[in-house]
Write a protein that binds this ligand. Structure first.
Ligand code: FAD
Length: 437
């Protein structure tokens, strides 16, 4: 069996692992990145009939506050952004549409809140922004809203916003501290949503470029099958053909894989706490059209059906061939819908109806659909019983964890980037401290 020695071995080549490998190799560390499939993990872009289908939208929320932007600056990534036009984001209210009140401009224009409720909502936003409203880890957002006797319209508004930002059909279960932490960031941003031109593929290519230019090694189609632990340290990970030894290890693989690899270790019982974790599931239904269907909005959310459509090609010029259009519909799945084929069919029909309503004639222009009935949009679903995995445990100090199932900031890929950024900082700081000592 081949044996190689590194400073840091990173297991898992999704956005968390690949960004960690880029940051550490950029700092002169000898790294190996091991991925069992293709790089990108859930963030992939597939070209079908000239349409760039992303496995999920490549929207980055609050990029001016984000860890991805820090990485972009630290690593000199060449990314081209297109920022979301806030006033083109609408709620479908049945008979009419209204602006999504996720900033002050939207708030003044929205038809969802009337009279005093607009001021009440503005008051909550202001309190969240200046940091007075922190929530309570033991209280769900629904309990919090009930206790504060928030008016029904404002309550509904806040839960709807949570639904679309946390990709969940059950926003009432989100812990109130997570909810307010998220909105504190979002309301401070000047750029609520942005798209990366060229999709996830462009971002992955940029990280790979940094790793390769710093002589980092990338092993795809290599699954880590086991780990060697001596005393309180992981000393090596093993694929079928190679043993990778290192001083530090980052595991950017989902909890069920971690439990398998660490079942004999001192952190087994810690990981057990995450055994029952439930991901956030969605159904997505993308359509590639040969001709654009013009619409006054680029994002439309139906709160009753819990579905939204984004006009991806409006923001990402590379998403559709010239003159064409790529639309993406996402429906949040409730717990009872995840394993029920009848529910999947029902949801698919609802999405088609929603397309009919807002993009009439789409069937005539359809070149290619892409449907995923059950997709993991985030590896953790925020509920009172589920919290992100810590990024390290004292029992194994040279082991670090990153991914969108870990404790971090923001939601979705920002959880992957923030946890990855933090573990890299920790590794670099610990090493600097050792050298200084
Ligand atoms: C429909 C949809 C829409 C989305 N929209 C957005 C959006 O608009 N904005 C946003 O920010 N995010 C979005 N996301 C979420 C985003 O895709 C994820 O948060 C992000 O890609 C997670 O990256 P990760 O590295 O944390 O995890 P993963 O991508 O799951 O990476 C884990 C990697 O580990 C590898 N692995 C597992 N076990 C092993 C092993 N034993 N050995 C080696 N490798 C292993 C896996 O193959 C995988 O590549 C969306 C996701 C979906 C599905």
């Amino acid at each position: 069996m081949k044996k190689s020695q590194y400073d840091v071995v990173i297991v898992g080549g999704g956005l968390a692992g690949i960004s960690a490998a880029a940051m550490l190799s950029d700092q002169g560390k000898k790294v190996a990145l091991i991925e069992r499939g293709k790089l990108g993990g859930r963030a992939m872009t597939i070209n079908m009939k000239g349409f760039q289908f992303n496995f999920g939208a490549h929207a980055i929320y609050g990029r001016d506050q984000s860890y991805l932007t820090r990485m972009e600056q630290d690593l000199g990534l060449k990314l081209y952004w297109s920022d979301f036009t806030q006033m083109k984001a609408k709620y479908d209210l049945g008979e009419e549409v209204s602006v999504v009140p996720s900033n002050i401009g939207g708030l003044l224009q929205t038809k969802l809140l009337k009279g005093m409720d607009k001021f009440r909502f503005a008051y909550h936003i202001l309190f969240t922004m200046i940091g007075f409203e922190k929530g309570d880890p033991n209280v769900s957002i629904k309990q919090w809203l009930d206790r504060k006797k928030v008016s029904p319209a404002v309550k509904e508004m806040m839960l709807n916003l949570a639904s679309s930002n946390f990709f969940t059909g059950e926003p009432e279960k989100i812990p109130s501290d997570v909810f307010f932490g998220y909105y504190r960031r979002l309301f401070k941003t000047n750029i609520p949503v942005s798209y990366i031109q060229g999709g996830w593929k462009k971002l992955v290519e940029q990280f790979v470029h940094v790793i390769e230019s710093n002589k980092g090694e990338i092993y795809t189609k290599n699954s880590v099958e086991s780990v060697t632990i001596v005393d309180d340290k992981v000393t090596a990970v093993h694929t079928k053909k190679t043993t990778f030894m290192a001083k530090q290890f980052i595991f950017a693989i989902p909890p069920e894989e971690l439990k398998r690899l660490f079942q004999e270790s001192a952190i087994n019982s810690e990981l057990e706490g995450y055994t029952d974790y439930e991901p956030t599931y969605v159904m997505f239904y993308d359509i590639g059209l040969k001709k654009r269907i013009e619409s006054p909005y680029t994002y439309i959310f139906d709160k009753d059906r819990q579905i939204f459509i984004s006009d991806i090609s409006y923001y990402d010029m590379e998403a559709a061939p010239p003159g064409g259009q790529l639309l993406q519909a996402i429906a949040y799945l409730k717990s009872n819908e995840i394993n029920d084929p009848k529910e999947h069919e029902r949801l698919k029909e609802r999405i088609e109806d929603f397309y009919d309503k807002h993009y009439p004639g789409w069937r005539k222009h359809l070149v290619i659909p892409r449907v995923s009935k059950v997709a993991v949009v985030q590896a953790i679903k925020w509920t009172m019983h589920q919290r992100g995995l810590p990024t390290s445990f004292p029992q194994l100090p040279n082991v670090h964890f990153a991914g969108d199932w870990c404790q971090g900031e923001g939601q979705l890929s920002e959880l992957s980037f923030s946890s990855s950024y933090k573990v890299c900082q920790r590794i670099l700081e610990e090493e600097a401290a050792r050298r200084g000592a």
